[in-house]
Design a protein around this ligand. Structure first.
Ligand code: CIR
Length: 248
C-alpha cells in the first residue's frame, strides 16, 4: 500500500501513527486468508499519490452482470477509480455513477437481488437513484438506508451468512433492512459489524472476539484476521478487496 496512507482521509477517528511494515504484513495475511478460501488475488499497482487507494472497495461494486464504477464522495479519492476500472473491465461490462451523484462502494450492501445504499457523508440520494436505474434491467431492487455515526453503511451492517446480517443498530435505520435474521455486535465492540463472507466462512477482525463468538454461537464459521493498522485509517475488512465471482 502507498506510504502516503499516513495522510488518509479520516472522518470519525483521530489520527494515529500507522506502522507501515505492520500494515503491509497484515494486508498480506488478509490476502492469504482470501487465498485459503479459494480466491485468486489480483493486485493493483500502488498509486503513491492516492493515500486511500488500498481501500479498493470504495471505487466500484461488482455484480454478476456488470461492474459499477463509483464516484467517491471524498474528492481526494476520485483519481483511484481509473485503475480499478482498468482491472475490472476484463471481467465485467462497465457502467458508471455520474455527477452530481457521489457514491462510495462501502455504502453498498448486496444481499442476493436486494441492494441497500447507505445515505452518508460520502453517498447521496442521487447515487441510489442512478444505481437503481443501472441495476433494474438485471432484476435488482435498490433501497436507500440512512447512515449516522459511522463512515459507511458497511461499517454498520454486513452479511454474516446468506440470510443473516451482523448489525450495529445504533448506526442505521433498522427497519430498512427487515426480512433478514439479525445479530447485533457486542455492545463493547461497536466497530465489529464489518465482516467478509467468502463461501461458507466469515472473516472477522481479530480485535472483536466477543462479536465473533456471537456468530459462532449461531453456527456461523468464522476466521479472525488482524486488521488493526488499517483500522487506524478507518478501513475495515471489506474495504481492502473487490470480490469478483467466477461467472464463467
Ligand atoms: C476514507 O476515509 O475514505 C478511508 N480512510 C477509509 C475508507 C474505508 N472504506 C470502506 O469502509 N469501504
Amino acid at each position: 500500500m502507498p506510504p502516503s496512507i499516513v495522510r488518509c482521509e479520516l472522518t470519525h477517528l483521530a489520527r494515529e501513527p500507522i506502522d507501515l511494515p505492520r500494515a503491509n504484513a497484515q494486508h498480506r495475511a488478509y490476502e492469504h486468508a482470501l487465498e485459503g478460501l479459494g480466491c485468486r488475488i489480483e493486485r493493483l499497482l500502488d498509486l503513491p499519490d492516492q493515500p486511500d487507494s488500498v481501500f479498493v472497495e470504495d471505487a466500484a461494486i461488482v455484480f454478476d452482470e456488470v461492474a459499477v464504477i463509483a464516484r467517491p464522495g471524498a474528492a481526494s479519492r476520485r483519481a483511484e477509480i481509473a485503475s480499478v476500472e482498468y482491472a475490472l473491465e476484463q471481467w465485467r461490462p462497465i457502467v458508471r455513477i455520474e455527477a452530481p451523484a457521489t457514491l462510495d462502494g462501502g455504502d453498498v450492501l448486496v444481499a442476493g437481488r436486494r441492494v441497500y445504499v447507505g445515505i452518508s457523508r460520502r453517498t447521496n440520494e442521487e447515487a441510489a437513484r442512478q444505481l437503481a436505474h443501472l441495476l433494474r434491467p438485471h432484476g435488482y431492487t435498490v433501497a436507500p438506508v440512512a447512515v449516522t455515526g459511522c463512515l459507511h453503511l458497511k461499517s454498520a451492517v454486513t452479511l454474516a451468512a446468506p440470510d443473516t446480517l451482523l448489525v450495529n443498530p445504533a448506526w442505521i435505520e433498522g427497519a430498512a433492512l427487515d426480512g433478514f435474521h439479525a445479530i447485533s455486535v457486542d455492545p463493547s465492540e461497536p466497530m465489529a459489524a464489518n465482516v467478509l463472507r467468502i463461501g461458507d466462512v466469515t472473516l472477522c477482525a481479530a480485535a472483536f472476539p466477543r462479536t465473533r463468538e456471537r456468530l459462532e454461537q449461531r453456527g456461523i464459521q468464522t476466521r479472525p484476521v488482524d486488521a488493526s493498522e488499517l483500522a487506524k485509517a478507518e478501513g475495515a475488512l471489506t474495504c481492502c478487496s473487490l470480490i469478483v465471482a467466477n461467472t464463467r
